[in-house]
Design a protein around this ligand. Structure first.
Ligand code: HEC
Length: 188
């Protein structure tokens, strides 16, 4: 059986270009002004965890292609992540990591800290809608309630950034929005 693998070392961007997956410069996820966190140890711990867990490597514009926009840290990605096998389907569908800053229109402004904790621990948004496994909530479900609460506090303390990301695209739906693929695929 002949297998064609897309090497893990590659991301395919919009089917046209290839870029190395080993992003040389990791995005800086320490986004909040120091004074917003200085008297809140819980938020500081949240900042530490968000940095460690690499939330900004998906949720920051440009980060998925190694060019994180420092002005839009954690404010969502306009580059999507494909959600089905590019060797099997012409239009793979994609999800867009949303804006995590507390902007009321484009971000988490209407989410409570508890909403964010539930999202991280159970993978459901504040309307009870199950999130794509591309968002690694099943791994984050293992974290302690205190750590999840710290992350939520940190996100709610960020300066709101108005930045709208595209709506998710269903598999089969044509779209020319920029996107990347994760993973190794097997040719049918
Ligand atoms: C591998 C990429 C990736 C990483 C890493 C990641 N996320 Fe996500 N996240 C996503 C995607 C994609 C979605 C949207 C999923 C969907 O629409 O079904 C999402 C959704 C969310 C949502 C729901 C927001 C909304 O408006 O619906 C929250 C909150 C969130 N992520 C927080 C985090 C936090 C906090 C971290 C780090 C601890 C993190 N994410 C790490 C990709 C990622």
């Amino acid at each position: 059986m002949k297998l064609r693998l897309i090497a893990t070392a590659l991301l395919i961007v919009g089917c046209a270009q290839t870029v190395p997956v080993f992003v040389e410069k990791q995005p800086d996820t320490g986004t909040a002004p120091p004074d917003a966190m200085s008297n809140d140890p819980l938020a500081q711990h949240g900042q530490y965890l968000v940095t460690l867990l690499g939330c900004g490597s998906c949720h920051t514009d440009g980060a998925l292609t190694g060019q994180a926009n420092s002005k839009l840290l954690l404010a969502g990605s306009r580059t999507g992540i494909a959600i089905s096998n590019p060797l099997k389907v012409e239009h793979p569908g994609m999800v867009f990591p949303p804006n995590l800053t507390p902007d009321k229109t484009t971000g988490l402004g209407h989410w409570s800290e508890t909403d964010i904790v539930l999202m991280l621990k159970a993978g459901e948004d504040r309307h009870g809608i199950r999130q794509s496994p591309v968002m690694p909530w099943s791994a984050y479900a293992q974290m302690s309630d205190d750590d999840a609460r710290a992350i939520a506090r940190y996100l709610k303390r960020l300066a709101p950034v108005s930045h709208k990301v595209p709506t998710n695209v269903r598999p089969g739906q044509a779209s020319d929005l920029p996107h990347v693929y994760f993973g190794v695929y097997q040719k049918p």
